[in-house]
Ligand binder design. Structure first.
Ligand code: WT7
Length: 693
């Protein structure tokens, strides 16, 4: 079966079904204290990006980069939905993010690394330092290991300078990198190594998180085994120490496979590596993300289009200049970190804070302390982090002398209450707040307000970004007019430079997943016939502002991290006693959504705490702790249609304490009352226990 995603299907119990509970809020004007950036306030800006100017309008973003050869055409759309931006152009991402800043900014900070333990002082890397270290690693990969352009490298690294250094070293050589979030398990890492057929894995002995040392090196052993079993072991596993000179690992893999990277780099310290001059459509990186099927897909972003879009949107929506101290608290292991910690800000020569740990270590005022100490002016984080910080220290921000002028919220819907706290307490009513909507696949921001210029609407991502004209469509694909109050599928009609180039190794899946839904003419070579289907449900107000309701497919957005329901289900099924598993999203006051899992056991097995534990551990080892289900419910049977399909919608309703709706399509409607009863009893029991404590 092709992997068809039906974004308007209603039997899935997707996030959009637990639609956001807030109504349209009144607009908030940008605070008068906020500067009106002249490049944004320019009245000719939006007209220059009008739809009639497409695609030439996006040349303005490409112009922000340094090219060794100018492009021949803005956009090659001869074979939609496969697009080539700025074809004929040649460039290198590491040159754009480092070399070109050296004449003016060699001694200026590029990265300010803040370790999680407060006993370790922040470490500043200037653009010159970054240049030296990227060159050393690139020289070793090229001369020491013979890497040639196009070979993939998997990076399983934490939030330390080595991660952006490794990314930029890969970019310098034209090696597409695939960063695997450090919180992902060895097994998850191994599958991604195999899928991308990476030649190398670069990892670290460990890192600090929540006050504890996390052994990352151990995951590499498992990753190697899994990739090996899949038929694509990496040729080398390169291990770095978290603290130079203090390695905390012992080699256990085969000799000559596992390499002490710190030792190797000694001989390349002052090496210079010529940057590869690459075509605009060379793959820059892969980023694995979850979708409807159990298998994560490698979203491919190509050099010229992606980097132009990263630089352009960072300039207009993060409004960075070289005087700013910019801190995006996301992890580089997700797309937000790729675009708005590494490529966008460094392409603009900005000063970027890199924080190793969690925002609440050792207490929930840490982010404000760091911001005060480093003079952070532009701050970027997720609603989950804001909710946590607010809950633990509601008047924390007020106790610090921060000087934010721009705040960003990204990754999940932000409810007005949290928005107002972020705006008034963190920003003191003196900072613009950008609610940025986008996705791994889109490469950069697609909906947001222009900071300091556009009025803001709490709980609502802004209008389409420059050159982006979002639409809401009903099940038949008809456009729902703005202001009608009706929800539908969020669609982007025209291509843009940050758009993914494809799914690694699976062009068919790319077409099916993102374009088939509203494509009426499969043979058409006109891009107008290939609207991009986001998978999100949304409502558009009369003024064009978009309120995101959540995913309509089997993706669950937990704390701003995207998890596939099917992936979690496959993990549960690795426990022998489990016959069937169904995962549903549940509203959570801090994380936005959390996964709950329903399990039907094989005959001969009885529910037990031990089994629940084993299911939870199976999810942790196959995916990672972030995917851990908050509850495991053992049910006598799954609610099923007559054709045997599990109706997750019904389970999602029970988990979210809502009426289970129409049960007429069920083959076994009686099981619903049983499950409801079972869940209710368990909840009463745990509420009673909580009350006693
Ligand atoms: C999904 C994409 C944004 C990059 C990081 C996440 C949800 C993202 C918002 C927002 C409401 C949002 C959507 C989207 N989402 N930003 N501002 N308001 N929802 O990238 O992991 O690919 O997840 O995150 O549901 O589809 P991702």
């Amino acid at each position: 079966m092709p992997d068809r995603e039906d974004p308007t299907a209603t039997d899935r119990g997707g996030e959009a079904d637990i639609a956001v509970h807030w109504q349209e809020e009144p607009m908030v004007a940008p605070p008068r204290a906020v500067r009106r950036p002249p490049h944004l306030a320019d009245p000719t800006l939006k007209p220059r990006f009008a739809s009639a100017r497409f695609p030439g309008s996006f040349e303005a973003y490409a112009e922000m980069l340094t090219w060794s050869r100018r492009w021949d055409r803005t956009l090659d759309a001869d074979r939609p939905p496969f697009y080539r931006w700025f074809p004929g152009g040649r460039l290198n991402a590491s040159v754009n993010c480092i070399d070109r800043h050296l004449p003016d900014r060699a001694a200026s900070p590029a990265l300010v690394f803040v370790p999680e333990p407060e006993s370790e002082a922040p470490e500043v890397l200037t653009y010159q330092d970054l240049y030296d270290r990227v060159n050393a690693l690139a020289a070793y990969l090229h001369r020491g290991l013979g890497a040639v352009p196009g070979e993939r490298v998997t990076l399983h690294l934490p939030m330390t300078p080595e991660l952006p250094i490794a990314m930029l070293a890969c970019a310098r050589l034209g090696l597409p990198h695939s960063v695997v979030f450090s919180g992902f398990s060895g097994e998850a890492c191994g599958l991604r190594i195999a899928d991308s057929q990476s030649r190398f894995l670069i990892t670290m002995d460990g890192y600090f998180r929540n006050g504890r040392w996390v052994d990352l090196r151990r995951a590499a052993e498992r990753a190697y085994q899994v990739a090996h079993a899949e038929g694509h072991p990496p040729e080398k596993v390169l291990v770095l120490p978290r603290r130079p000179g203090h390695a905390r690992w012992e080699p256990t893999l085969r000799p000559r496979v596992e390499i002490d990277l710190e030792a190797e780099l000694q001989s390349y310290r002052s090496a210079r590596e010529v940057a590869q001059d690459l075509p605009s459509d060379h793959p820059l990186f892969l980023m694995y993300t979850s979708g409807t099927t159990g298998r994560p897909k490698g979203v491919q972003h190509n050099l010229g289009g992606y980097l132009a879009y990263a630089a352009g949107t960072t300039y207009y929506y993060q409004d960075l200049d070289p005087d700013d101290v910019y801190w995006c608290m996301a992890d580089i292991g997700w797309i937000t970190g790729h675009t708005y910690i590494v490529y966008g800000p460094l392409a603009l020569g900005a000063q970027v804070v890199l924080y190793e740990g969690v925002p609440t270590w050792p207490d929930a005022e840490r982010p404000w302390r760091i911001s005060e100490q480093l003079g952070v002016t532009v701050f970027h984080t997720s609603p989950t982090a804001i909710r946590q910080l607010r809950r633990l220290a509601p008047s924390g921000p007020g106790r610090h002398r921060t000087r934010f002028r721009l705040l960003t919220s990204v990754g999940e819907p932000i409810e007005p209450e949290t928005w107002h706290w972020y705006f008034s307490e963190v920003g003191r009513g003196r900072a613009a707040l950008v609610d940025a909507w986008w996705q791994t696949e889109t490469g950069g921001i697609l909906c947001a307000t222009a900071p300091g210029v556009d009025p803001m609407k709490p709980g609502s991502a802004g209008p389409g970004a420059l050159g982006i004209f979002p639409e809401i469509r009903d099940e038949e694909g008809r456009v729902i007019p703005p202001g009608s109050g009706r929800a539908g599928a969020l669609v982007i009609p025209n291509p843009w430079p940050g758009q993914m180039a494809g799914i690694w190794g699976d062009p068919q899946r790319y077409v099916e997943t993102y374009y088939r839904r509203f494509n009426l003419h499969p043979e058409s070579t006109d891009w107008r016939d290939w609207p991009y289907v986001t998978g999100d449900g949304a409502v558009q107000a009369m003024d064009g502002y978009i309120r995101i309701l959540g995913r309509m497919d089997d993706v669950i957005n937990v704390a701003g991290h995207r998890l596939g329901a099917k992936e979690i289900e496959s993990a549960c099924l690795t426990v022998h006693a489990v016959a069937e598993a169904a995962v549903v999203p549940v509203s959570d006051p801090v994380k936005g959504r959390c996964p709950e899992v329903y399990i039907a056991l094989r005959p001969g097995f009885e529910p037990s705490l031990d089994l629940a534990d084993r299911v939870t551990r199976a999810v942790e080892t196959t995916i990672g702790k972030i995917a851990r289900p908050t509850r495991v419910w053992f049910v006598p049977d799954m609610p099923k249609t007559r054709s045997g399909k599990i109706l997750r919608r019904v389970l999602a309703a029970i988990s979210n304490r809502r009426p289970s709706g129409d049960l007429t399509t069920l083959a076994n409607p009686e099981v619903v009352a049983e499950i409801e009863q079972l869940v209710r009893t368990a909840r009463e029991r745990s509420d009673a226990e909580a009350g006693r404590q």
